[in-house]
Design a protein around this ligand. Structure first.
Ligand code: ASP
Ligand code: MG
Length: 432
């Protein structure tokens, strides 16, 4: 069985939904299709939730009306009848009813779940009209979180198996949504539909998990900045994990782990060009190759220098505890005997963090920095790759270099204003 997941823009209009329907019904074996909400819908549902937390039901009602007409309009264009209208109206009546009740996290999750319920219902009705024997499964019947709030993979496997025993041309379900341990409606966090696809793939031991988007495949560098880029056809799961932090456009980071452990290949494909090979991600390394360069802006570097670090133990723990207490993740880190530099991309508690760090040393902050990461076979016993990366940036001021954290990556921290020339220089050096 193959799993085919389509994101919000791939089902964002009636025409797009028809396009996806044609694609999935042309697969000869029975595929398992996972859909996101139509593009923008989850954001609007988040908006509604915001109004309700702020006790502004009128604000919420306006957005509810707008979303309802949008879905009715798409349904009319797609189905050319009113077969979806009752479902759509009842869905939004349900949301509107929540505006009159006590509002808390349980109600919030129920509202956020509606986007995927609607998109899959529209797809089901359209496929049925085309004569496809589609079975719509409710993700709420098998997707479940455990006591840690993590997907319960045993539960998912056991509960999904009997649901797909019958005869169908294809199975369809909602991405993103699930139940928690208390049986309440919950979700896998924003962008979580990729995660759904990966969890289903692992549960049914799929041949392949396909993530379909409308973006033009994966490039070995940023095509907006570098003139000549080429497509990346193959990545190791660990390389994809390194890159996920940067583009996140390729696939959601959480989706990698279930597929990697179950050893199921993930293929990134483009709905606009369905016959293109896309990018295959699996557990096979490709020795001796550099795959891609990626960058992330809005990075802050913080240096803590202290003569007390010299020969002392426990210094790093104290420093890290401060970041932990403000729930601020550290991305890059470099140490010397007398100091440590770290980067963060979440500035919410920057001044508090800096204030607390001053207990342990002299603190310097560099704003507007950019992490540039080179991904590929960076096994430390290989010769020449690190020096080649550093040779490329010989004319660019480099604030930090991080190497050896994984076998697949070397990262540089440069000024944001130097990002373009860093990417260009690396491209010339590594891919010319
Ligand atoms: N609809 C959800 C979101 O926008 C899940 C997804 O698209 O992956 O976050
Ligand atoms: Mg999405």
């Amino acid at each position: 069985m193959i799993i085919m997941k389509f994101g919000g823009t791939s089902v964002g209009t009636a025409a797009r939904i028809k396009n996806v329907a044609a694609l999935v019904s042309s697969v000869p074996s029975c595929p398992f299709v996972v859909l996101s909400a139509m593009s923008g819908v989850t954001n609007s549902l988040v908006e509604i939730v915001g109004y309700l937390y702020n006790r502004n039901p009128d604000g919420a009602r306006e957005t509810i009306k707008r979303l309802e007409s949008k879905h009715l309009q798409v349904a009319k264009e797609l189905l050319e009848d009113s077969s979806a209208d009752t479902f759509i109206k009842e869905t939004f009546a349900g949301v509107a009813a929540l505006t009159r009740e006590y509002f808390g996290p349980v109600q919030e999750k129920m509202i956020l779940a509606q986007g995927e319920q609607l998109s899959t219902k529209l797809m089901e009705l359209y496929l049925k009209k085309q004569g496809v024997n589609v079975v719509l499964l409710s993700a709420l019947d098998f997707m479940r979180l455990d006591d840690q709030g993590e997907p319960d993979q045993d539960y998912i496997r056991e509960h999904l198996a009997p649901l797909i025993e019958g005869k169908a041309d294809l199975y369809l379900t909602q991405g993103f949504i699930c139940r928690n341990l208390r049986g309440e409606v919950d979700n896998l966090q924003r962008g979580g539909s990729d995660y759904t696809a990966s969890l289903i793939g692992a549960a049914v031991n799929a041949e392949e998990i396909q993530i379909w988007t409308d973006i033009d495949g994966m490039h070995n560098n940023d095509p907006r900045v570098v003139e000549k880029t080429s497509a990346v056809r193959h990545l190791h799961f660990d390389e994809a994990a390194e890159l996920a932090y940067f583009g996140a456009k390729i696939l959601h980071p959480t989706c990698i782990q279930p597929a990697k452990f179950a050893n199921i290949p993930v293929r990134l494909l483009n709905t606009m060009e369905p016959s293109a090979p896309g990018t295959l991600i699996d557990n096979n390394p490709e020795p001796g190759t550099i795959k891609a360069v990626a960058a992330k802006d809005n990075i802050i570097a913080i240096k803590i220098k202290s003569s007390r670090m010299l020969l002392a133990h426990g210094f790093l723990r104290k420093v890290f505890e401060i970041f932990e207490s403000y729930r601020t993740p550290i991305d890059m880190i470099c140490t010397s005997e007398v100091g440590v530099s770290v980067t963060i991309d979440d500035t919410r508690y920057l001044s508090e963090i800096v204030h607390d760090l001053k207990r342990y040393g002299t603190v310097t902050v560099d704003l507007d920095m950019c992490i540039v990461c080179v991904v590929g076979d960076m096994d430390w016993e290989n010769l020449g790759f690190e020096s080649s990366v550093l040779a490329a940036v010989k004319d660019i001021p480099v604030r930090m270099v991080s190497y050896g954290g994984s076998n697949y990556n070397i990262s540089l921290l440069v000024k944001e204003e130097d990002k373009a020339r860093t990417l260009q220089a690396l491209s010339r050096q590594l891919f010319a």
